[in-house]
Structures are given as structure tokens and as C-alpha cells.
Design a protein around this ligand. Structure first.
Ligand SMILES: C[S@@+](CC[C@H](N)C(=O)[O-])C[C@H]1O[C@@H](n2cnc3c(N)ncnc32)[C@H](O)[C@@H]1O
Length: 270
């Protein structure tokens, strides 16, 4: 299962680059990986399956992945043109952020998404209640555009399908040979962790319960499901029937938490 570790071309809150080895070890073999909550795509990028179904509820993210998949190098050149010293200023950032929020052209919007990701605070992706991207500018010395990672992603995406969909819809697509991995938005342990509210609707306890119910059904059909999240009382009780692998992770700029690896392969059906 383990392959070389590759970085993503996006920064992402809760990105799993530093613990990718743990995830590689926990994922069983299978024909197809179904990854909801894909974020920066680091798990998709660093595991080896014949096929992938990669999903997230952030439509702008999935549209970007489709642009990279279809256009490859042309898109990389197009997006990289936004990475100029003139665009690394507060004025240019807020102008481009407004253009992104008003944009309806998918290629342009996707290129702007990459620009915002590398010029905004900590690469966060957060939308206000009206659905507008609202993360503020931070002046990094030299924001990086990762064309190598983008082109590697393009190559790998030939075996992938990208979808914006609700988790239930995605999980219903699982069949024998599928392995499901869900990296849930973290529980809010501190005020700073509010940044983990990626979408305007957030991810509620009811959503977590619904996901746990879906996971149980899949386990009952012999389809393995692996879920990662913080170790809290509520997650422990939600996944009390799961095999749980716990370890500590330092989350940069937020705090030291004890997130858990909740491994539901051995979920027992009620
Ligand atoms: C912890 S991050 C995933 C990080 C990813 N594994 C990585 O390594 O970059 C959680 C993801 O859940 C997605 N998400 C947030 N709220 C959601 C919701 N209500 N339904 C589905 N996905 C959601 C976010 O877009 C985010 O990409």
C-alpha cells in the first residue's frame, strides 16, 4: 500500500501529509478508493488503487480538480500566471478575491482558487453565510505555485472521478472491492479550530451520526470504512464499536491536540 510521499499543490487545514504513513497502514487493500472530505487530495495522491472516487462538498475545490484532470499543463501555466510579485499585495488580493466570488467561468475561477489558497491566511478555505470566500490576506515572502505536484496530480487523476456530493450519495456508490476513507472536519476544540468550518453549513453532530450509520451499513456489506477525527467523548461514543487507533499529532498554528484515528473496519452492526 505504501508509495512515495508526495505533497499536494494546495495547502489545507487538517491536511494529512504529516500522518500519511499512518493512513497508508490503516487502509486495507481494494480495487477502488472512495475518499470523501478529500481536501488537498493528499490521501488520494499517496495511496495506490486501480480507481478513485474523490469527493468533497466544496464545489470550487472539485471544479479545480476537474480542470487539472482535463487540462493538465495548460491549466498549470494558466494558474501560475497569477503568481506575480504584483499580485502579492493586499490590494491585489482583495481585488482577485472579489473577482473569484463573482466569477462564473470555471477555468478562471479554479485558477483564482489556487491563487487564493497560496495567498490567504494559512491556506484556509472558508465561506461566509452567503457562500462568499472570506479568508483574509497574509503576505508570504514568496507564495509557491507547485507545478510539479499539479502535473503529478493530473497524471494520477486519469484513474479518478471527482464529485461534489453529499456523503450519503457517495457512500451509496460503494461496492465489494471499494475501500471508503473519510477524513471528517475536526471537532471544535478551541476557538481557533472554528477555522475548520470549511463550508457555510459546517459539519454537525447529526452529520457525524448519519455518517456513522452509513459506515455501519457498509461494514455489514463487507466494505471497509476508515474514518479519522479527533478523540473526543462524542466521537468515542459515536464509534464505540469501531477499532480505534489513537496517536498524538501536532497541528501547526492551532494547538497540540490528541486527534484520533478512528478505524471502523471492524464496526459491529447492531
Ligand atoms: C480534515 S479536512 C480533509 C483534509 C484532507 N484529508 C487532506 O489531507 O487535505 C475535511 C474536509 O471536509 C470537507 N467538509 C467540510 N464540511 C463538509 C460537509 N458538511 N460535508 C462534506 N464535506 C465537508 C472540507 O471541505 C474538508 O476538505
Amino acid at each position: 500500500m505504501a508509495v512515495n510521499q508526495m505533497r499536494s499543490f494546495l495547502k489545507w487545514a487538517g491536511g494529512k501529509y504529516k500522518i500519511i504513513n499512518r493512513i497508508q497502514q490503516a487502509l486495507p487493500n481494494g480495487r477502488q478508493l472512495i475518499e470523501h472530505f478529500a481536501g488537498s487530495g493528499i490521501v488520494f495522491f499517496n495511496v495506490d488503487f486501480e480507481e478513485y472516487l474523490v469527493a468533497d462538498t466544496i464545489a470550487d475545490l472539485i471544479h479545480l480538480y476537474k480542470q487539472v484532470q482535463v487540462q493538465g499543463n495548460n491549466f498549470a501555466l494558466y494558474a501560475s500566471a497569477l503568481f506575480t510579485p504584483e499580485n502579492n499585495t493586499e490590494v491585489a488580493f482583495y481585488d482577485l478575491r472579489a473577482k473569484f466570488n463573482a466569477c462564473t467561468d470555471l477555468a478562471r475561477k479554479s485558477a483564482l482558487f489556487v491563487y487564493l489558497n497560496r495567498h490567504c491566511f494559512n491556506g484556509l478555505c472558508r465561506y461566509c453565510s452567503k457562500g462568499q470566500f472570506n479568508v483574509p490576506f497574509v503576505r508570504y515572502t514568496k507564495p509557491t505555485f507547485s507545478s510539479v505536484e499539479m502535473l503529478n496530480f493530473h497524471d494520477k487523476s486519469k484513474r479518478a472521478v471527482f464529485e461534489v456530493a453529499d456523503i450519503k450519495v457517495i457512500m451509496e456508490k460503494a461496492e465489494i472491492g471499494s475501500v471508503v476513507y473519510c477524513d471528517l472536519p475536526y471537532a471544535l476544540l478551541t476557538t481557533m479550530a472554528n477555522f475548520c468550518s470549511y463550508t457555510k453549513d459546517g459539519f454537525t453532530l447529526n452529520d457525524k451520526q448519519a455518517l456513522a450509520d452509513c459506515a455501519k451499513k457498509l461494514i455489514g456489506r463487507d466494505i471497509p470504512v476508515v474514518i479519522s477525527n479527533h478523540k473526543t467523548e462524542s466521537t468515542q461514543s459515536l464509534y464505540s464499536k469501531a477499532k480505534i487507533i489513537s496517536f498524538e499529532v501536532f497541528i501547526q498554528r492551532i494547538s497540540i491536540f490528541q486527534p484520533n484515528f478512528l478505524y471502523t473496519r471492524e464496526f459491529v452492526c447492531n
